[in-house]
Design a protein around this ligand. Structure first.
Ligand code: 0D3
Ligand code: CA
Ligand code: ZN
Ligand code: ZN
Length: 501
């Protein structure tokens, strides 16, 4: 049996260009469509959900139109499916077709349902597979393409007990080729952008074959789509792996490779392929020093944060390459890659982040560098990163631990070790000398990891402990595990914890 990783092309609306990143909601756009989505958008969304989320529209759906033109069925049945899709992509699960949700839906992917799992996984029954590169049709030299594909197979054979051999003449299990547009397999490519490649599940004939879109700007190192990153993903499909909902996985459905980041399988990818094929004899020795990276789990009792900030109505919690987005109206807090919101802009493992509402910018800190992202233009400001000495820190300050912004009073407190600095956003100066954190914020241990102000309280984070601080009473009102902020632990537990203290 052969199964194609169907393309989403049929669901694309004409004239739409897919976007590389989850675009930020423009601040002046309302979050919700009060009047409900326009008919065309709703129809598009329904088709998308039908295809990927098993949504079954009523065949004889009455076109009964409710208040303000919203189809009454929308709220009841589609809402659940929209939420399911939003959870998968780490979006706030509003159940509504926000601009951001539609943008993610419009990004074409190579097909297979995000939720559907095979009854029986389709895999190769032999451990040694042959591959052949047929038709280069690419500006990258043949020898470079060879090297990239060899490296991509190696990434999988390092973890699973498989061998991959290149053949130049005879029939091969896996035929790899580059194609433009329609190439007669029922899934035409879509030109530059959008779908980058597709692969067929293991099987005879076309089974296991991998096709790359020749219209893409492929690269072996910098600009354009990284051929190695896409090859590793497609070879995963050719081995029988479906898409993963783990945003850290190579098998996540959307391309998110940052050229500054080393390409490696995530813990999830490794577990999934080893579940199908077993463990490579080299695995232990290859990965004992540096195991495959795990995507942080919001329910890990030892979770800590790198940085926390408000962003419009949301609170963002940063950890490694990831962040959780907490929306005030929703229980669910989804995880996503930092680079999905700010592609090619900011590094992982940040020190501090804050939104300067007056300036309409977000400021990121790591080591002695900082980056300013403008919410108006949705891009990094020119000339960044720059040195944090711009803020007026003395040269001995090499990094900041946390940044705490007060929207109303237009100032930011920077935390470094045992002291903090008050920075006036209007005058762009640090007023006075640094103050001891122990004096200004009694009860807060130092150095801290992250700080944020919302809902009238300052929230400090250090290690796996969250301190909720009342700035008027100048005291800690409760402590708990940091993930009480991610809807993992309920508040009753936190009270018990703070009593024990
Ligand atoms: C694809 O083209 C995937 C290929 C893929 C996905 C993740 C990592 C490497 C390769 C088809 S199986 N996805 C589309 C994509 O990410 C949606 N396109 C680029 C873009 O929209 N920026
Ligand atoms: Ca394409
Ligand atoms: Zn094809
Ligand atoms: Zn894919």
């Amino acid at each position: 049996m052969k199964m194609l990783w169907l393309s989403l092309l049929t669901l694309m609306m004409p004239g739409q260009t897919p976007v590389a990143a989850f675009p930020l909601r423009s601040p002046d756009l309302p979050l919700h469509h009060d009047a409900g989505p326009p008919e065309a958008e709703q129809k598009f969304a329904e088709e998308y959900l039908q295809h990927f989320y098993g949504y079954k529209p009523k065949s004889q759906r009455q076109k009964r139109t409710a208040v303000r033109g919203v189809d009454a069925d929308w709220t009841t049945e589609l809402c659940d499916k929209v939420q399911e899709m939003q959870r998968f992509f780490g979006l706030p699960p509003t159940g509504e077709l926000t601009n951001e949700t539609l943008a993610v839906m419009r990004r074409p992917r190579c097909g297979l349902s995000d939720v559907e799992r095979f009854e029986e996984t389709i895999r190769w029954k032999k451990k040694t597979l042959s591959y052949r590169i047929a038709g280069y049709n690419s500006p990258i030299s043949a020898s470079k393409v060879h090297r990239v594909f060899r490296a991509a197979w190696r990434i999988w054979s390092n973890v699973a007990p498989m061998k991959f051999h290149k053949r130049s003449r005879k029939e091969a299990d896996i035929v790899i080729s580059f194609h433009n547009g329609d190439h007669q397999d029922g899934s035409p490519f879509d030109g530059k952008g959008g779908i980058l490649a597709h692969a067929f599940l293991p099987g005879f004939g076309i089974g296991g074959d991998v096709h790359f879109d020749a219209d893409e700007e492929w690269s072996v190192n910098s600009t354009g789509f990284n051929l190695l990153a896409v090859a590793v993903h497609e070879f995963g499909h050719a081995l029988g792996l479906p898409h993963s909902s783990d945003p850290g996985a190579i098998m996540y459905p959307a391309y998110n490779f940052a050229p500054t980041h080393e390409l490696q399988l995530s813990f999830r990818d490794v577990k999934d392929v080893q579940h199908m094929y077993g463990i490579s004899p080299y695995f232990a020795s290859l990965f004992s020093k540096r195991p495959p990276p795990r995507t942080p789990d919001k329910c890990d009792p030892d979770l800590s944060f790198d940085a926390v900030t408000e962003l419009q109505q949301e609170v963002l919690f940063f950890k490694d390459r990831f962040m959780w987005r907490k929306h005030p109206k929703f229980e669910e807090t989804g995880i996503t890659l930092i680079s999905s919101l700010w592609p090619d802009s900011v590094p992982p493992y940040l020190d501090a982040v804050y939104e300067n509402v007056g300036g309409n910018v977000i400021v990121f800190f790591k080591g002695h560098q900082y980056w300013i992202w403008t919410l108006r233009q949705l891009k990094l400001e020119e000339g960044f990163p720059r040195n944090i000495s711009d803020f007026g820190f003395p040269s001995r300050i090499k990094s900041v631990d946390a940044a705490l912004h007060f929207r109303k009073d237009r100032y930011t407190v920077f935390f470094t070790g045992h002291v903090c600095w008050r920075y006036n956003e209007l005058q762009k100066t640090i007023g006075g000398s640094p103050k001891l954190i122990a004096e200004l914020w009694p009860g807060i241990p130092t150095p801290i990891d992250a700080a944020v102000f919302y809902e009238g309280f300052v929230h400090f984070f250090k290690g796996n402990v969250h301190y909720k601080y009342d700035p008027n009473a100048k005291r800690v009102v409760s402590t708990g595990p940091v993930n009480d902020q991610l809807d993992c632990k309920r508040t009753e537990d936190n009270e018990i914890l703070s009593e024990r203290k």
